[in-house]
Write a protein that binds this ligand. Structure first.
Ligand code: 1GP
Length: 247
């Protein structure tokens, strides 16, 4: 079970995940990801994007040809469900006030998900302003939480936990100008007891270290592995070193 293994691993350290946008990777780069991401560096691979024109099924099956790591859907919309994955982050965009992303799409997806063997992981998804309009903000037609409104972000995360979500995902948006500030991560970590995922605009080993130090349990990196397999290998090598440190 993916979720129980996340909880188990968190007893001894931090987790790291790669986000694969099906439109940004071809067969070769998917193979490179599968072959480079070892269980010592990467805990699971997320697949999804705000707007995906390629086939999620194909991306998942290509990844599975070269890795045994869990592949988890991170869907931007209901078209991104693939029964070939191992699980799905069933996202509720709790920072927003768009009912379609709070319950509407879930109603559409539920009967389809019921027929799959995907492990469903209900996730409270919180979008935070980062200095520019991201695809999530535009596509979901919701406002992000301002980056200096730590109290609002904390209250939203607490509400997410109270509503039964199993994870909180603090999102600056793919390619964010500024990643989530340490103060916000720190305060949310203190106030919730479920695992905290942080992603968006994280590119360098220093940013990864700072984000773990602030209290992130799981870091997600997407854009930084789209630069090429050499860059990805370098980053994963740093991850391996960072994971030997204690936070
Ligand atoms: C986006 O949090 C993820 O949903 C990853 O963001 O692409 O900026 O790494 P980046």
């Amino acid at each position: 079970m993916i979720y129980s293994s996340i909880l188990d691993k968190l007893k001894t350290g931090k987790l790291f995940s790669l986000l694969v946008d099906p439109d940004k990777h071809d067969r070769n780069s998917l193979r490179a990801i599968g072959e480079t991401a070892s269980p010592e560096t990467v805990d699971f691979i997320l697949v999804g994007g705000s707007l995906v024109s390629g086939s999620v099924d194909e991306t998942v099956s290509m990844l599975k040809e070269s890795t045994n790591l869990p592949v988890i859907l991170f869907p931007g919309n209901v078209l991104q469900i693939s029964p070939l994955a191992d699980g799905i982050l069933l996202l509720s965009l709790i920072s927003g006030r768009n009912p379609e992303f709070l319950i509407g799409n879930h109603v559409i997806a539920a009967p389809v998900l019921r027929k799959t063997e995907l492990e469903i992981i209900p996730t409270g998804y919180i979008l935070v302003e980062n200095g520019r309009t991201t695809s999530v903000e535009y596509m979901s037609n919701t406002k992000p939480i301002p980056s200096d409104k730590i109290d609002l972000a904390v209250a939203t995360a607490i509400a997410g936990e109270m509503l039964g979500h199993k994870l909180i995902y603090l999102e600056a948006g793919s390619g964010a100008k500024e990643n989530i500030n340490a103060g916000m991560i720190r305060e949310i970590r203190l106030q919730i007891s479920i695992p905290l995922i942080v992603g968006g605009g994280i590119h360098t080993p220093d940013q990864i270290r700072e984000t773990y130090k602030a209290g992130a349990d799981i870091i997600v990196v997407g854009s930084a592995i789209e630069k090429g397999s050499g860059e990805m290998a370098g980053l994963l090598n740093s991850i391996w070193k960072i994971r030997q440190e204690s936070f």
